[in-house]
Design a protein around this ligand. Structure first.
Ligand SMILES: Nc1ncnc2c1ncn2[C@@H]1O[C@H](COP(=O)(O)OP(=O)(O)O)[C@@H](O)[C@H]1O
Ligand SMILES: [Mg+2]
Length: 379
């Protein structure tokens, strides 16, 4: 394991030096190799025709992880590459679809100026003009609307021979409309793999400690092979070493109906030791995803928190990740869980919630003078 970490570090360093973007993957990868191999076979990597494959499956099942691992393995074979993360979020951002097109072009051409994209149609022309003779690798991660695909990869002849496009989405229907070459339905982890992943997080080894075998198996069975849940619950139990604490976690899981992954994740949030940690988690979920760690620490410390340590704790618990650019990221299901907690503080009255992260909501509350809470944070 140590050796593996060391090798990963070297690969990262070298790729950075070569100006290639190596994407950081799962902390304890399990069963990735066979899944990436399967994807590689679907993409018939040696043929000349442009090939598009979609990966679909529920949130937390590992779509992004498979796509990243595939990208890391293959990008050096192409003339240009782009891994567009969170397509759904960028499309909702200020630049919308144009923002997506700009990112794609910037990643591949490596220069920002003179593209002059002022409309989606113009963006499409630039993509076609600049990329039709390049062999490119494009990953569009987390697509949720057809217009996102149409403005980036609608026609195969926009890209040079041998180009490969991977799309991940929760909505298999989109892949059928775009007419992709193959659809890869991401599968849950097998039971053995699940136990292994859970154990890496709970014990820092690939199997449960002796006294915890039965409890671990029971917990893993409730988590149903979803990597995100295995990771969060495993990390949650890492510093819990008494059997009753484990039994109590199992009891909580038993009470949650099947497939309610957000409720499962919430066990870990509810157990955060103090309110400051919970507040910081919620602040990040509502306002700071994608922000630099240093900036967030400065802002939160300004509000009287000791956020550096808190961020460390949240990362250890698998509730937060710091990416290769030192930005805070969080899986959408965790983010949505956080926002749901805030929403539930007052489902009907916006003014009574502790945080408002949508501009429209903040404006509504301010113009209608409906703030009731003593303290409210705005984005
Ligand atoms: N095969 C795997 N081995 C280890 N961890 C995994 C694996 N697949 C996913 N994960 C972890 O589970 C979490 C959710 O995976 P992700 O790829 O983001 O899911 P999705 O994109 O389907 O929502 C991530 O934190 C990831 O690191
Ligand atoms: Mg994803």
């Amino acid at each position: 394991r140590h050796e593996w970490k060391f090798i990963q570090k070297i690969v990262e360093e070298v790729s950075n030096k070569l100006n290639h973007r190596y994407l950081s993957g799962a902390k304890y990868p399990v069963g990735i190799h066979s899944r990436v191999q399967y994807l590689t076979d679907l993409l018939s990597i040696e043929t000349e025709a442009v090939c598009i494959v979609g990966i679909c499956g529920m949130g937390g099942i590992g779509k992004t992880t498979i796509a990243k691992a595939f990208f890391n393995e293959q990008f050096h074979k192409f003339d240009g590459c782009s891994f567009v993360t969170s397509v759904r979020e960028i499309a909702k951002g200020p630049k919308g679809l144009i923002g997506l097109q700009e990112q794609l072009l910037f990643d591949i051409l490596r220069k920002k100026k003179n593209l002059n994209i002022n409309s989606v149609d113009r963006g499409i022309n630039v993509i076609r003009d600049r990329l039709h003779n390049r062999k490119v690798l494009i990953v569009l991660d987390d697509v949720d609307q057809l217009d996102q695909l149409n403005s980036l990869v609608r026609e195969r002849d926009w890209f040079g021979p041998g180009s490969r496009i991977v799309i991940t989405t929760r909505d298999v229907h989109l892949l059928k409309v775009l007419v992709v070459d193959s659809i890869y339905t991401a599968q849950k982890l097998y039971r053995g793999e699940s136990l292994q992943l859970f154990s890496w997080h709970a014990f820092r080894e690939g199997h449960p400690k002796e006294d915890y075998v039965h409890l671990s198996e029971a917990i893993v069975d409730y988590l149903g092979g979803i990597p995100l849940a295995l990771q969060v619950l495993g990390s949650f139990l890492f510093d819990k070493r008494s059997i009753p604490e484990w039994e109590s976690a199992l009891e909580k899981l038993k009470r949650i109906p099947d497939n309610q992954i957000q409720e499962q994740l919430k066990i870990s949030f509810d157990a955060l030791e103090d309110d400051e940690l919970k507040d910081i988690f919620l602040d990040i979920a509502c306002f700071f995803i994608g922000s630099g760690e240093g900036d967030v620490v400065r802002i939160l410390d300004g509000c009287g928190f000791s956020s550096k340590i808190a961020i460390r704790v949240l990362t250890d618990k698998g509730l937060l990740t710091i990416n290769e650019m030192n930005k805070l990221t969080m899986h959408d299901l965790l983010r949505d869980m956080g926002r749901e907690i805030v929403r539930k503080e007052s489902p009907k009255e916006l003014g009574k919630r502790s945080r408002l992260w949508r501009h429209e909501d903040a404006l509504h509350v301010l113009t209608k003078h409906t703030v009731r809470a003593k303290q409210m944070n705005f984005c």
